[in-house]
Design a protein around this ligand. Sequence first.
Ligand code: NAD
Length: 478
Amino acid sequence: MTVHQNFIGGDWTGGQEAGDNINPSDTGDVVGRYARATRQQAEEAIAAARAAFPAWARSGIQQRHDILAKVAAEILARKEELGGLLAREEGKTLPEAIGEVARAGQIFDFFAGEVLRLAGEKIASTRPGVEVEVTREPVGVIGIITPWNFPIAIPAWKIAPALAYGNCVVFKPADLVPGSAWALADIIIRAGVPAGVFNLVMGRGSVVGEAMLNDDRIDAITFTGSVGTGKKVAAASVERMRKFQLEMGGKNPLVVLDDADLDIAVDCAVNGAFFSTGQRCTASSRLVVTEGIHDRFVAALTERLKGLVVDDARKSGTQIGPVVDQSQLDQDNSYIEIGKSEGANLVWGGERLNRETPGFFLQPALFTETSSQMRINREEIFGPVASVMRVKNYEEALEAANDTPFGLSSGICTTSLKHATHYRRNAEAGMVMVNLPTAGVDYHVPFGGRKGSSYGPREQGRYAAEFYTTVKTAYTLP
Ligand code: NAD
């Protein structure tokens, strides 16, 4: 089997090692073999990016626009094929995977436009005769480290603004899902980025990731992944006084009030908690339900869960694909056991399922009679597992929703304008959803959270400029 190579300093280069990319719907199916870069190769990529930066930073906006627009067009034209690859390597359903690929294309399209809209400010000086000009300049070499659960959209929302604003990139995708990342890199490279501007270094976090964290020639690191790794990125970056941005875990609440439309609430819960196999940082893992609707909500949600089709990600009709790998499945199962031992009531699911092919299929699990102190309500599980917390009224619901170390997305289902408005203002989260699932966001507006979920400037939309540029204030006495 051919080995998909890394791309360093303008050349495709093999690693010393390579790994198999395994289909979680069928563990006998090898999606491909992908090189794993060494520490030395990671350092070569960083050196190449450093060397390419001065010219790229001065490149014209037309060139950068055209490259990004070309990337967008190719991704969108190939969305079905790339969606098939994504579903095969990561396990989200084919429609979800095609949707993610389309989103990656739209992100490149958006930032192609942003290249042309980059503007500064001319501000009057307090000193007569002096001119003040505020401009944005590229930061330099950006290290991009991404997780496995959005193998093309997250790389896209980091790489597109990095290149748009004139930075060079060293991109390290998650070791588990190099296929979509490699395909994206191939598209970017063929779109005409000059040598060294964009580098792909696949491989292990402990080798490639660590090499990036510990290299002074990287000016900024953007990271999405677990809290544990995020803390390492932060520590290494503070040590070097380097800019960094972290998007990490979530324990997102969906509040359901007595006056909610029951169908909407159940749709939001099924989609938010269980679609994409619950493997979303914005998943609604805590369903906070007031007592007047509690029993009807649990009954209707359980009925829906019984009918969900869990199967091969690429099979038509599948609603929930497999868990991504054995270690994530072990984590999900261990939290299901923890929930039971904490006294929560498992009303549905949690069984390992057998399908035609050997895969990591898990029946979506729902706990009731849970409380904020339980570990299943405090720690991110990252699987198709949700718990219901029964509360008396809106005030208790808001308190429970905010009682978490995380703060990414927070939802409420209600027909009350008063409660919806109060919740929007008082939910301690970066994103608030009213009568919508906590997961599923637009690509042209800011994305990010508070508390233990995020650190640094927001990603996506025009707000991305905060991270990928540095502001210069110039004073001139003509
Ligand atoms: P992870 O932290 O294990 O890995 C993320 C990336 O970091 C991978 O590329 C990995 O190889 C790399 N890495 C691992 N160890 C490293 C080290 N020592 N130095 C440098 N890099 C290292 O996370 P994961 O399991 O791939 O992803 C799941 C996590 O991502 C979940 O916690 C989820 O909530 C989070 N996530 C957050 C968001 C968000 O926007 N907030 C979005 C998606 C996923």
